[in-house]
Write a protein that binds this ligand. Structure first.
Ligand code: TXA
Ligand code: MG
Length: 317
């Protein structure tokens, strides 16, 4: 069986240096032993991921965080304690335990304590942390089900630990402390800027984009479906592309137009968390709908809506 919920089997494969897909609350990850550089190199090869794009290290205890870092800023620790386990990744100065291949040469390692029962149990069984990017081919749509993983990587990996549908549906928020001792967001995600502000007392600035040297992985063209995705006012785009077969990805409205092959509503009840949960799944469906073009609209730019808009913009790049 390529997929199942056999934690022991996943642990055995990981101990022998193999790569295994694991469920998290955000998206599925493609995991390997973070203390085994050769195992980690396999991740880059399977994903076809450039080596300059560093990996997040997943842990289940503070003991492990201390092993892989040198200093832990007290404010970052306070934020971690509020949101871990959960969809938040934090950059800390790395210890010698972390091979430079994981951080792409950076002195900082990205650390996350994921919140999925199977993966927490898996990490508890292991005496090493798991380096894991999202389990998609480089630049493609992130997987939120085991089936998505198998579709892209099925013939390259031995096992997907199947934990069902990812509850959050967009990747973790990545934060760091900047040189002025302010918390900054490198990638908007499952924890919103507003939620972090409750601890920092200010809204952390989002500095994502390919111009960010600290996050070489934040490439603009990411999450790309097979066909173009155009963002804008859906009514206008329907008129402009009336001669095409169109898949519509709307926030909550349902559109009528002869060019529409299928209209996917991110959240019929107009709720941003539901929209985040459905985003990648519906992008996958739209991609396989037979349309020549996907058209979509930006959502309210607040809370987790910022992460959704970030992914939509990258998908349309
Ligand atoms: O929710 C998530 O974060 C998922 C699940 C599997 O945990 N993981 C994920 O990994 O989204 P990935 O590799 O697809 O995206 C991680 C991003 C990359 O864009 C990478 O550039 C950035 O995190 N990153 C990782 N380590 C970094 C580091 N040391 N410094 C700066 N950016 C880093
Ligand atoms: Mg990714």
């Amino acid at each position: 069986m390529k997929a199942g919920s056999d934690i022991k089997h996943a642990a055995t494969l990981l101990r022998s240096g193999k790569v295994v897909a694991i469920p998290t609350e955000t998206v599925y990850g493609l995991a390997a032993n973070a203390f085994n550089a050769e195992a980690v190199i396999n991740i880059f090869e399977i994903k076809n991921r450039p080596k300059f794009n560093p990996l997040i290290v997943h842990v289940q205890s503070w003991e492990m965080v201390e092993k892989i870092t040198t200093t832990i800023d007290p404010l970052l620790k306070k934020i971690a304690e509020k949101f871990w386990p959960g969809p938040l990744t934090i950059l800390f100065p790395k210890s010698d335990q972390i091979h430079p291949i994981i951080t792409a040469g950076s002195a900082y390692v990205a650390v996350r304590m994921p919140n999925h029962p199977l993966t927490i149990q898996l990490l508890t069984e292991l005496d090493f942390p798991l380096a894991a990017p999202s389990a998609n081919l480089f630049g493609k749509i992130s997987p939120t089900t085991a089936a998505h993983v198998l579709e892209q990587l099925g013939d390259q990996i031995e096992y997907v630990l199947d934990g069902g549908e990812c509850s959050v549906g967009v990747e973790s928020t990545i934060i760091k402390m900047n040189m002025y001792e302010k918390v900054e967001i490198l990638r908007p995600g499952g924890v919103s800027a507003e939620e972090i502000a409750e601890i920092t007392g200010y809204l952390p600035k989002t500095i994502s984009g390919s111009e960010t040297p600290e996050a070489p992985g934040m490439l603009n063209s990411h999450y790309a479906p097979k066909m173009p995705l155009v963002l804008g006012n859906i009514e206008e785009l329907l008129k402009r592309f009336a001669d095409k077969k169109i898949a519509v990805l709307s926030y909550y409205k349902k559109f009528e137009h002869p060019a529409i092959v299928k209209n996917y509503q991110l959240s019929p009840k107009k709720e941003l968390h539901e929209a985040a949960h459905n985003l990648f799944s519906l992008m996958h469906e739209a991609e396989n709908s037979g349309a020549d073009l996907i058209i979509s609209e930006l959502l309210p730019d607040e809370g987790i809506g910022r992460a959704i808009n970030d992914r939509l913009k990258r998908a349309s790049f």
